[in-house]
Design a protein around this ligand. Structure first.
Ligand SMILES: Cc1cc2nc3c(=O)[nH]c(=O)nc-3n(C[C@H](O)[C@H](O)[C@H](O)COP(=O)(O)O)c2cc1C
Length: 182
């Protein structure tokens, strides 16, 4: 797949199954994460790889955090199953540190670019991925369980695997609806 095809056809796949990325594919995904724009070259990122039985551990962590933070029954009941929706999950974190020239939002944007870059790297290699957030990205209990600081931001959980359904999405938006000339 060439770069333009990737940019114009990238899509998310939410139903993911085995196989996950091979070690070689995963290495390319990791390298893509580190190739994103980074104001001040401060590398404000951390990535936590969750695969195999670690997904069960993450689900247990979610469950305990949802209970501790008194989430609804629906959230608590789903917690353990969420990480089992793909063979691999990469938790992308903006490791915020105060900087004279790089405000917090820019550090978060850079980490967000990493999520997209990893999704693109997965897609370009014939895999599927979906960027998820929700309560478990906002929860302070989850941050603590992952040994993160309160100011760190979980920018996303990137689920990666093989698309379970082959469903190509057509373009939804037209440039003329979003681009104007000054
Ligand atoms: C920051 C961010 C958080 C998201 N969180 C979720 C989520 O928690 N659950 C979900 O189903 N989709 C979430 N999405 C949307 C999907 O990742 C995806 O972009 C959307 O389903 C549209 O699919 P497409 O990428 O093929 O256009 C999120 C997207 C972004 C950018």
């Amino acid at each position: 797949m060439d770069a333009i095809e990737l940019l114009l056809t990238r899509q998310s796949d939410s139903k993911l199954t085995e196989p996950g990325p091979s070690p070689e594919q995963l290495d390319i995904i990791k390298q893509a994460a580190l190739r994103v724009p980074d104001h001040g070259c401060i590398a404000p990122w951390q990535f936590i790889l969750v695969q195999g039985d670690a997904r069960i551990k993450l689900g247990e962590m979610y469950y305990q955090c949802a209970l501790a933070e008194q989430q609804s029954e629906k959230v608590v009941n789903r917690a353990k199953d969420l990480p089992l929706r793909a063979p691999v999950i990469i938790i992308a974190i903006a490791k915020y540190e105060e900087h004279p020239k790089v405000p917090r939002i820019e550090q978060i944007q850079s980490a967000g670019c990493s999520v997209l870059a990893m999704q693109q790297a997965a897609f370009a290699q014939g895999l599927g991925g979906v960027w998820r957030t929700g309560y478990f990205a906002q929860s302070n209990a989850v941050k603590q369980a992952l040994n993160l600081n309160e100011l760190d931001e979980i920018v996303g959980y990137l689920y990666i695997g093989t698309p379970a359904v082959d469903c190509k999405k057509s373009p939804r938006h037209k440039p003329e609806s979003y681009f104007t000339n000054l």
